[in-house]
Design a protein around this ligand. Structure first.
Ligand code: AMP
Length: 425
C-alpha cells in the first residue's frame, strides 16, 4: 500500500471545515487592516533561502527539501531548487522582482499556503505544514521603519486570535537590534563562548565561529546551562533600537495588547532585526509556538533590492487548528435535502430538481434511482440531512412532491416551486 510520505498528512472532512473557517475569518480580518493576498511559487531558487534565512540556520542547513534540477534542453540552465521552508523570502523576492516599491505607500500582503521542512515529525510538527502570514514592506520614506507598523501588526494578531475564540495566548516580545547591534552582540557572544564552547555540541562549536547568534537556538539539553549564562542582546541595543522598541511597547500598552518581554527570544532565522515576537499557547505542549515573526530591515538589500524595511509574521495554521479543536470544532453546513429518485428513469427528474434547488442556495445530496425508499431514507438520515424529497413517477406526473422532515418524521406534499422556501433554514 502506498501511504502519505512521512511528516505529511491528508486533511480530511470534517477537520477541513475548521481549516476553511480559519481561512475565511483571517481573510476578512486582513481586509479590515488593508492587507491584500499575494501568492508566490512553492519552488524557489535555493540561493534565495541561503541568502535570507541564512546558511547556518537549522532550516537551511538541515531541513531543506532541495535538489539539483538539471537542464533538459540547451536553452535551459541547470539550477539548485528548493521547496520553500517559509514565505517571507519569496514575498521579498517578488517585491524586488516586480519593483513593488514603485507602488504608492507601504505594501501590505498576506499569504496562506504550504511550507516544507524536513524536521523530525511529532505532534504539531510536520514536513509539509501550512502558514498564514503577512508582511508590511516599503521604502523608508513611506514609513516602513516606524514602530507604529510593528504595533499595528501585533495588535492585528491579538485581534485575530481573539476573533477566532482562542484564549490563553501569550505574546512574547524582544528586540534583536539593528545589524550593527547584532555585530557587537555576536562579538560579545564569541568572546563569552571562547572558553566553554569545546564542551558544547558539534553544531554549537561550528556556529561559535560562523554565526554565534545561532548558538542561542541550540536545543541540546546539556548545552542549556551554558546558553543561560551567555550575554543578552538587550544589553547591546543602541539608542535608536532602544527607542524603537520602547515606542512599540508604549503603543501596545495604550491599545491594551498584553505582552511579556523575553530577552532570550532570537528566532531561528537570520534576517530578523529589531522587533521579534512569538505568540505561544499552553494547549500545544512542546511545540507551543502558534506563530512567530519580526522585523527584517536589511533583507531586501541582502537579496539585491533597494532598502525596504519590513515586518511580518507566520502563523502555523496546523497549530492554530489544533488549538481550536481543544475548544470546539467547526461543523459543516448540513445537507438541507436528500433527493430520493424512486424508480427507473427518475435520475433525470432528480437532477432537474437538484439543479433548481441549488440555484436557490439549498444544500442538496442526490440519491440514485436504484435505491428503494427505505434505503434512501436510511442514507439520508445517516448523512444528517434535514429533509428527504421523494421524486417518483406519481410525483412527477402530478407535480406534487413529498417532503419528509427527518427529525420529526412529519411529511408534507408540495408543488416544486414551493420546495426551496420550505427548506431554507
Ligand atoms: P517560523 O517560520 O519558524 O518562524 O515558524 C512560524 C510558525 O510556523 C511557528 O510558530 C509554528 O506555528 C509553525 N511551524 C514552523 N515549523 C513547523 C512545522 N514543521 N510543523 C508545523 N508548524 C510549524
Amino acid at each position: 500500500m502506498i501511504k502519505a510520505v512521512r511528516g505529511t498528512r491528508d486533511l480530511l472532512p470534517p477537520e477541513t471545515e475548521t481549516w476553511n473557517f480559519v481561512e475565511s475569518a483571517v481573510r476578512d480580518l486582513f481586509r479590515l487592516y488593508n492587507f491584500s493576498e499575494i501568492r508566490t511559487p512553492v519552488i524557489e531558487d535555493l540561493q534565495l533561502f541561503q541568502r535570507s534565512v541564512g546558511e547556518e540556520t537549522d532550516i537551511v542547513s538541515k531541513e531543506m527539501f532541495a535538489w539539483e534540477d538539471r537542464a533538459r534542453a540547451a536553452s535551459e540552465k541547470g539550477q539548485f531548487l528548493a521547496l520553500r521552508p517559509e514565505n517571507t523570502a519569496g514575498v521579498v523576492r517578488a517585491y524586488i522582482e516586480h519593483k513593488l516599491w514603485e507602488r504608492p505607500g507601504l505594501q501590505r500582503f498576506y499569504y496562506i499556503g504550504p511550507q516544507f521542512r524536513r524536521e523530525r515529525p511529532q505532534k504539531g510538527r510536520y514536513r509539509q505544514f501550512y502558514q498564514i502570514g503577512a508582511e508590511v514592506i516599503g521604502p523608508p520614506a513611506a514609513g516602513s521603519e516606524s514602530p507604529a507598523v510593528d504595533a499595528e501588526v501585533l495588535e492585528m494578531l491579538a485581534a485575530l486570535l481573539d476573533n477566532l475564540g482562542i484564549k490563553g495566548w501569550t505574546l512574547e516580545l524582544n528586540s534583536v537590534g539593528s545589524a550593527e547591534d547584532r555585530r557587537r552582540f555576536n562579538e560579545a557572544l564569541q568572546a563569552a563562548l571562547k572558553d566553554v564552547v569545546h564542551t558544547m555540541c558539534a553544531d554549537c562549536q561550528r556556529r561559535a565561529q560562523t554565526n554565534p547568534l545561532r548558538v542561542l537556538d541550540c536545543k541540546v539539553p546539556e548545552d542549556q546551562p551554558i546558553i543561560e549564562k551567555l550575554p543578552r542582546i538587550g544589553e547591546y541595543l543602541d539608542e535608536s533600537s532602544r527607542t524603537h522598541f520602547d515606542e512599540v511597547q508604549k503603543i501596545l500598552l495604550a491599545v491594551g495588547v498584553p505582552f511579556v518581554l523575553n530577552p532570550r527570544l532570537v528566532r531561528g532565522l537570520d534576517y530578523y532585526t529589531r522587533t521579534a515576537f512569538e505568540f505561544t499557547h499552553g494547549a500545544l505542549g512542546a511545540q507551543n509556538a502558534i506563530l512567530g515573526g519580526g522585523r527584517y530591515d536589511g533583507l531586501s538589500e541582502s537579496l539585491g533590492g533597494p532598502p525596504a524595511p519590513g515586518i511580518g509574521f507566520a502563523i502555523g495554521e496546523d497549530r492554530l487548528v489544533m488549538t481550536l479543536h481543544e475548544s470546539a470544532g467547526v461543523a459543516a453546513r448540513p445537507v438541507d435535502v436528500y433527493i430520493a429518485p424512486l424508480g427507473p428513469g427518475m435520475n433525470v427528474e432528480a437532477a432537474r430538481l437538484a439543479r433548481e434547488l441549488r440555484r436557490q442556495n439549498v444544500v442538496v445530496s442526490l440519491g440514485d434511482e436504484s435505491f428503494r425508499l427505505k434505503k434512501s431514507l436510511e442514507t439520508a438520515s445517516k448523512m444528517g440531512a434535514r429533509y428527504a424529497l421523494i421524486a417518483g413517477e406519481n410525483e412527477v406526473k402530478s407535480g406534487q412532491f413529498a417532503l419528509k422532515n427527518l427529525n420529526t418524521g412529519e411529511q408534507v406534499t408540495l408543488p416544486a416551486a414551493q420546495i426551496a422556501s420550505k427548506l431554507r433554514p
